[in-house]
Write a protein that binds this ligand. Sequence first.
Ligand code: SF4
Ligand code: SF4
Length: 149
Amino acid sequence: MTIREKIKKIFYKNILHKKYYRMGKCKRCGACCSRIYVSHGKHTIDSEEEFESLRYKYPFYSYLNIEGKDDIGIIFSCNNFDTEKHICKIHKVRPGICRRYPDEFVFSMGACLSDGCGYSFRPIEKFIDVLNDVKKKPLKNCTLFVDEN
Ligand code: SF4
Ligand code: SF4
């Protein structure tokens, strides 16, 4: 690992408290603006009544239209997405959640990237490095079974 990579790793891990590097770039496909699930508290919104009561509280929700519903919850699209030009009509003043998207925080809440998204996430720590650390300092009252094959 080069010095530059080491500094980057320390910065991401210890300053930004990230677990993943975000790779790639936006392809402007619009999937994340036209197929949206909304998490509230610990669940995904699956009732129109709940959504109606929340949309007055959170400005971002006022942009959303109901497109359908599946096993996960209600599927929304954002009415700021220009489907012909494939741009956000309020790009310069878009909400913080859109500016940060895709952020690993979204994944900690159980979300995943849209199919074909130009971004991906790579763990900062390789699994093998984490495993080797655990082997060196095993947790108390814990037995570590490792299949060496
Ligand atoms: S799904 Fe990914 S590539 Fe497509 S618009 Fe959203 S961030 Fe960009
Ligand atoms: S405000 Fe813009 S970036 Fe955010 S979901 Fe709507 S169209 Fe997409």
